[in-house]
Design a protein around this ligand. Structure first.
Ligand code: AMP
Length: 396
């Protein structure tokens, strides 16, 4: 079966077309600047790449363009849209009700619309993308895959915040967790490498957004992101976890509105906020190497916080069989991996310096130093393939 995987953001729509009989990616691309002007990049195996500026006033226009390219005689991958049997839609948030990937219908969409207040950035574009595709492809099975659903089985003591319980009941304020599709994929791959479906695994998704998850028996038991993707380790522009009164104190001192305060911790903090250089880890590392003291500090804070969370999850799991690094920083930055794993022998973690430094990009590599108890891996994430797998399973 051919399956289209779609990830709609506020001004973008990324897609990949899989042939699930072989696992091959037949075509992929990205619509950008939706609602601004519009640009599309499209690649189809064995054909010339296609790049164009096209008017994309909304997600409906983007979907029309994507389907036209996928069926185009010179750059397309299929003769007609009818050849695509199912569409997997990535949703950042499935709330408390969508606890696993599910076929999408009116009920599911009504529920997703009802939780837009707790998912204001990702919810509306994902729903628009779904509606446009459901209309254009009524013959196909449409499946939603939710980043939060990997955390559906967290114990209540792991997801309830220690604030008045009534606020959870009234507003569903709780830890939801994000990046679950990525953590589920790499934890699953690690369990296969260990030949142990019950393994205790700590997965570090370190990218522009970062989160760390503890998994045992194939189920997440804790994760660093919370009610929103703001919690946990510092990120490109997000602070990660801070004492909550830091924010209220600054709000009072600077006369900030709630929106301004959110902007402060969401888009002016993290690597960018501390270094003053960039939100991109490569730029910050380059500045640190050039002697920039604040850039050096930003990297130290990042490493310190990652170590703290890994350690706390090893305590929660009562040990650890595997530590996994993934996403932009986790997959590519061997130096950061080395810094995180430094002085962790007490927890059974040690990486082989040479193997770590030489780990080729885009490959699964075991970094474990001879004799170390915890096996450490780099495993490239593949959220799209995970979505396609779930979609296939629900299309049968
Ligand atoms: P992602 O959100 O997964 O695309 O990851 C983006 C982050 O990965 C950015 O902070 C990049 O600086 C970082 N990144 C990508 N490639 C490298 C690299 N070769 N070395 C260090 N960081 C990298």
């Amino acid at each position: 079966m051919k399956i289209l995987v779609v990830n709609a953001g506020s001004s973008s729509l990324k897609y990949q077309l899989f042939d699930m009989d072989t696992g091959a990616v037949l075509a992929k691309g990205n619509c950008e600047r939706i609602g601004i002007d519009g640009a599309i990049t499209h690649k189809c195996a064995g054909k010339n790449d296609h790049k164009a500026n096209v008017s994309l006033p909304d997600h409906r226009a983007a979907v029309k363009e994507v389907l036209a390219l996928l069926t185009d005689t010179s750059v397309g991958a299929v003769r007609s849209v009818g050849e695509i049997g199912a569409v997997g839609h990535r949703f950042a948030h499935g709330g408390e009700r969508l606890r696993a990937s599910a076929r999408l219908g009116a009920d599911e969409i009504a529920y997703l619309e009802s939780i837009v207040p707790i998912n204001p950035l990702h919810g509306p574009p994902a729903i628009s993308g779904y509606k446009a595709l459901a209309e254009a492809m009524p013959h196909a099975v449409h499946v939603g895959v939710f980043d939060t659903s990997y955390y559906s089985d967290l114990e209540d003591y792991a997801y309830i915040y220690p604030i008045p319980y009534e606020l959870y009941e009234k507003y569903r304020v709780r830890r939801y967790g994000f990046h679950g599709t990525s953590h589920r994929y790499v934890a699953g791959e690690a369990a296969k490498l260990l030949h142990n479906p019950h393994a205790k695994i700590v997965t570090c998704h370190l990218g522009n957004g970062s989160s760390i998850t503890a998994t045992v028996n194939g189920k997440a038991v804790d994760t660093s992101m919370g009610f929103t993707p703001q919690d946990g380790v510092p990120m490109g522009t997000r602070s990660g976890a801070i004492d909550p009164t830091v924010l209220t104190y600054i709000m009072k001192k600077e006369g900030l509105t709630p929106e301004q305060a959110e902007k402060l911790i969401n888009s002016q903090s993290g690597l960018f906020g501390v270094s003053g250089v960039s939100s991109d880890c490569r730029d910050v590392k380059a500045a640190a190497e050039g002697g920039n003291a604040r850039a050096k500090l930003a990297v130290k804070i990042l490493v310190h916080q990652i170590k703290k969370i890994i350690g706390s999850y090893i305590a929660e799991l009562n040990g650890c069989d595997a530590l996994v690094f993934t996403a932009g920083i986790g997959e590519n930055d061997s130096e950061l991996r080395a810094l995180v794993c430094k002085d962790m022998e007490g927890l059974g973690i040690a990486v082989d310096e040479k193997i770590n430094a030489a780990a080729p990009r885009g490959a699964t590599v075991e970094l474990t130093k001879a004799g170390a108890k915890v096996r450490t891996f780099v495993i490239p994430t593949n959220e799209e393939y995970m979505i396609a797998r779930d979609t296939l399973a629900l299309s049968k």
